[in-house]
Design a protein around this ligand. Sequence first.
Ligand SMILES: [Zn+2]
Ligand SMILES: [Zn+2]
Length: 354
Amino acid sequence: MPLKKKAAKSAAKTVKKPAAKTKTAVKKTAAKKKPAKKKAPANVMGWAPGVPKEKPKGRVYDGPLSVNARPKKTDRIFFGTGGVPHSAKPQSHPGAIKRLHELGLGVYEMEFVHGVRIRPETCEEVMAARKETGVRVTAHGPYYINLYSLEAEKLEASRKRVLDTARALQACGGDGACFHPGFYQKRDAAEVYAFMTKQVGELADILAEEGCPVRLDPETTGKGSQFGSLDELTGMTRELQGKNVGMTVDFAHMHARSAGAKNTYDEFAAQLEQIKNKAGKAALASMHIHLSGIAYTEKGEAHHLELDESDMNYPDLFRALIDFGVVGRVVCESPALEYDALIMQKAYRKLNGS
Ligand SMILES: [Zn+2]
Ligand SMILES: [Zn+2]
């Protein structure tokens, strides 16, 4: 019987999809009305019905954008983009900050995912734009980091990439250096955890000696082959208490990593409870969060999606964040960047009573 129900549900969903897909070229306005009621899928293996398995290509994000009304109640959570917004002119780090400010958004994550390449002059411009606008700046380190590399040379290069991300962020006046710690490579998870924790602790010590105030925020990852479950990262934060180490909590990754679970209010609340209990209450007072739509298989993350093309249950996530009194930043990593960041901000403010 439940099977039949599920099939009917999935059919209903696929009927709706084509209509949404016809407007491919121009992105919807941010004011698109439907954030509230999104049904989470059943917590079963496999992908959500209707989620495209192919990565959408060639979409142009040049539709109109509407800024959300000013909140009556002060925001405790700020929203922004991972990478330069589509509508930023010029397409540069300082241009990104100015554009986010115009849109009423408050966070910019500089993407150094293909290498930490930023000129000192640009850092100064970012610093100036940040001061002028109040937009908070974070950074995402290179994908080519593996702090459990068995080759000394690769390990050293990985360590340097983490340090360089933090140093560049310092030069820009930002905080929160996010990075994917690395891979298990079929080794014992406990052994990898111990090794990674030691590495991250050492890197935090090096930065502290340099007087670098940037917090290291290893990220919860989207695939089972990648080190970085919430369990591991909350454990690491607890072990490294006293050092400047936090975490980047990517709720989309955790949803994908669990092949479709971790997408209900109760599950979000349990995750926040775990962070509070293991990493400490302070961890909820300065959270570095990532969010996007996501496509996944039973092996975890396939690719990021636009929010409204995914099953990501962000209204319930925001309810949980508000109920736990979370203060922090949400970086939108969906392909639609600022469009979806505005949708998130709108949904959050509505739930927050503003
Ligand atoms: Zn990431
Ligand atoms: Zn992320």
